[in-house]
Design a binder for this molecule. Sequence first.
Ligand code: C2E
Ligand code: MG
Ligand code: MG
Length: 670
Amino acid sequence: MFRLSRYYSIASLIGMVVIVVGLSLFLRQLAMQMLLAQQTRSNVDLTRSYANAMGGRIDQLVAVSEGLSAEALRQRPEMAVIQRATQAQMKGMNVVKVKVYNLDGMTVFSTEAKQIGEDKRANAGFQSARAGEVLSEIVFRNQFYAMEQVIVDRNLIATYIPIRDSDEGVVKAVFEVYTDVTPLVAKAQKTKTMIVGGVGLALLLLYLFLFLIVRRADRVLGEQDAERRLNEDRIRYQAFHDSLTELPNRNAFGERITDAIGRAQRHGKGGALLFLDLDRFKLINDSLGHDAGDQLLRVTASRIQKCLRETDLAFRLSGDEFTVILEDLDRIECAALAARRILEATASPVSLGDCEVIINLSIGITTFSGKEDDIEALVKEADTAMYRAKAIGHNQYVFYTQEMNTVASERLSMETDLQRALQRGEFLLHYQPKIDAASGALVSVEALLRWNHSTKGIVQPNDFIPLLEDTGMINEVGEWVLMEATRQAQAWIAAGLKPMRMSVNISGKQFRHPTLIGTVRRALEASGLESRYLELELTESMFIDNTERSIEAMHTLKLLGVSLSIDDFGSGYSSLAYLKQFPVDYLKIDRSFIHDLSTNSKDAAITTAISALAHSLNLKLVAEGVEDQAQVDFLGNLGCHELQGFLFSRPVPAQELEALLRSPVSFMAA
Ligand code: C2E
Ligand code: MG
Ligand code: MG
């Protein structure tokens, strides 16, 4: 992360040091220049008054110096006089040395006597003054011979001054004056230190103030950054996890299965893919509500997960579909063991509100070795095996075999064929009578759908209705059934046969579809059949789905004058409370109870209880699947109103039923 305060600190500290050092150097330079300029002026003035005060003695000395040796010069009698006069002249001033040069650069006088006679021709200061230009320089001396004493550690300014008779006259000698500026330099230094210190302090305060702001900004940025990361993590988590069960989802599955196959190839150890689906989950969801359904899925997910090793992974793909990837399997049986563990772990009852529900799973297993490159095909295999497990009786695991492909591809080709069946007119209805239990008269017929497949011949509804439901084609086909059944019923009435109810089966999906009521209305209008002759057979799950909409839909149908019947009663998760809420007329006991009525006492007890229930709720009772006289007798004793079954007639084509209708036989005599 970009640390604002760190960069600010480094940059501003460097900036501060540069400013302070720069300022310090600049001030020092400025102070020295000012000092030099000021001292030069004062030295020039001083020299002039000194030269005047000497009253030509110096001029004389300069004049005689030409050609004299240094020693001879030093021995000159006026030297002592000049020395004394100079001392007196300079007393109380900061002048520490005075020197005079003739035009050849020879030192003709110096307050430090031993320097007299020295040749200073090459000196830059002398040369400048000789050329008429005053020149000053500031120097530092550890030790310096001042007029009467030795001074130490001094800042001095040496000024070389040309001496002329008049301002425009020629240079006749050069003076060099040393002044001690140590106190002035110290003062300048102190002023400089104060200015630099003040500026430094102001900068430091500014730095601290800004640092606080920057640190605050840094913290805010840090918090924002942390929040952004958290959000990113959350979004990523949500993208790859199912919010209900917290298991990884379909997106994650796609990635993980690819990784697992890659690992299987590298390590040479295969794995397995398990496809799990809850049995009859929809019914539980519909009967106990979506909250209970969600709870069940959560429990299932956590139970599945508890059975797995750390390296195994469970996913929720959608609805009640889960997958598990098992890696590093020594033997294929390990996959079976895992599946069995899952079945056992999920089998114990789950409390959902007041109810206890048992979870049953169907598991399809397929294996992978690392050579697979089509993940979709692998999933399809596990899915196919899962369907097989469901088909052979739920709560099982089944390994995928090559033959299953045939079943799956058959399902696929059926699907394609079904899509064309309606246009090709391959659907037809068979009709099965319902008999009045008391009189033996035929009082109703149930329309049962058949599919006359071009190569397979007649296909039974159990083999294709689930497919119609899965693909959504049920609405279109269901509409055709309603149209055809009502048309046929009206045709029989028109042909002079005794009017009777026509029962039409309605599947759950069809019932929930918003067009159903419109379709029923149109079927009645198109056929001209009176609505009291139409009965709709609904399954328990539609009643269980106790939503406002389904109650309203049933009332609307009742208002149309249509009869309603609950088909296969007792086979679902019956929550009997719904019976009083819905305006139904008939209860059709599921044929599984009728089948062993005379031999199975439990079935007899259930049938008796259902009969009592129907009577007390004022519902007509219908029994389907009646195949023998013993069943007829039992049901007759219970006061069952209508009977339906192979004993009276199998479902038959319209012409055959018409023949039955025309014969005045009482079915009870059969
Ligand atoms: P269902 O509505 O319960 O229909 C009764 C089923 O029991 C029929 O099977 C009938 O042939 C069979 N059956 C009748 N009497 C006996 C008997 O004495 N013994 C035995 N063993 N079976 C008997 P089918 O025609 O194969 O229909 C199966 C299911 O398919 C129907 O069950 C119904 O749920 C569904 N179905 C049929 N036609 C349609 C339709 O047009 N629309 C919808 N949505 N479902 C339909
Ligand atoms: Mg039925
Ligand atoms: Mg039935």
